[in-house]
Design a protein around this ligand. Structure first.
Ligand SMILES: C[S@@+](CC[C@H](N)C(=O)[O-])C[C@H]1O[C@@H](n2cnc3c(N)ncnc32)[C@H](O)[C@@H]1O
Length: 267
């Protein structure tokens, strides 16, 4: 049994009931990443979105993919942002509804309410490991994507943020004995899963790491994922460990492993 991060009820009612948890994690990456190229801009360019196309995003969260890329959206684009969480859909709408071409819908990617061959691009960034059945979502994706369409699926490698797991595994051993959802769709197994539904799959890696120089943003990150399991003694221990490392080395180092699959020629 995997951890709670592939339980759709938990995801939509708790972890992703709104953008707060995700934004705490994005803030850590934005402030302390060693790669200063913008991640969303990098993915946008890989997606090769063209004038007049129709784009579906599944698990779009609060619209994080679009906001930093508004300046480079091609003309006459139709972008349909969907998420299983009503709160996330509301957040995306608040952020983007004044811009032309955006539509928002509360949709579970296991059942896409769209006709066959509707979209030129389907974006699934850091979400496929959350869905109850990845094969069903990929079958739905290849149904709604046009024959010359492209699926863009970002995910992480098994060692992404490893140092945070090392920190916590001593403090919450029972919780961390369960396999992480990342094992379900990651940089190592993503290609073979996508190849079941696409004839061509390329992986592009985004080299990066974190050098965190303040304890609080890292504590906020950890809280956003596992805060429900923390008591005051765990919080104090975490703060002490992080502050000690920053005092000794100047920063708390965290490795990252992330990238994007570009899948073409749906079967
Ligand atoms: C890690 S967040 C990523 C959000 C956004 N794609 C990004 O890259 O910032 C995962 C998102 O997937 C959504 N999600 C999880 N399971 C889903 C499902 N079965 N169908 C649609 N969305 C889902 C969550 O509500 C959450 O907004």
């Amino acid at each position: 049994m995997f951890d709670q991060f592939c339980d759709s009820a938990y995801l939509k009612k708790s972890q992703y009931k709104n953008a707060d948890n995700l934004n705490a994690r994005i803030a850590l990456h934005q402030r302390f990443s060693t790669n200063k190229a913008d991640w969303q801009d990098w993915v946008f360019k890989k997606a090769d979105i063209q004038t007049g196309q129709e784009v579906l995003e599944i698990g779009s969260g609060p619209g994080s993919f679009w906001k930093p890329n508004l300046h480079q959206i091609p003309e006459n684009l139709t972008s349909v942002l969907t998420d299983i969480s009503i709160g996330m859909v509301k957040n995306a709408k608040t952020l983007l509804e004044t811009y032309p071409g955006f539509h928002f819908s509360n949709v579970d990617s296991m059942r896409l309410p769209f006709k066959q061959d509707s979209f030129d691009r389907v974006i699934a960034n850091h979400m496929l490991y959350h869905v109850p059945d990845i094969a069903t979502v990929l079958r739905e994706t290849t149904r709604v994507i046009k024959p010359n369409g492209i699926m863009v699926a970002a995910t992480n490698g098994e060692n992404h943020m490893l140092e945070t797991y090392t920190l916590l595994s001593h403090l919450l051993p029972e919780f961390f004995s369960k396999p992480r959802v990342l094992r379900r769709f990651n940089l190592d197994n993503g290609e073979s899963l996508l190849r079941k539904k696409f004839n061509s799959v390329e992986l592009h890696l985004y080299e990066d790491s974190l050098k965190v120089t303040e304890a609080q943003p890292l504590l906020d990150y950890l809280d956003s994922l596992w805060g429900a399991y923390f008591d005051e003694s765990i919080r104090t221990t975490l703060r002490n460990l992080i502050e000690h490392e920053i005092a000794a080395k100047g920063f708390f180092f965290i490795q990252k492993s992330t990238g994007v699959f570009i899948a073409k020629n749906p079967k």
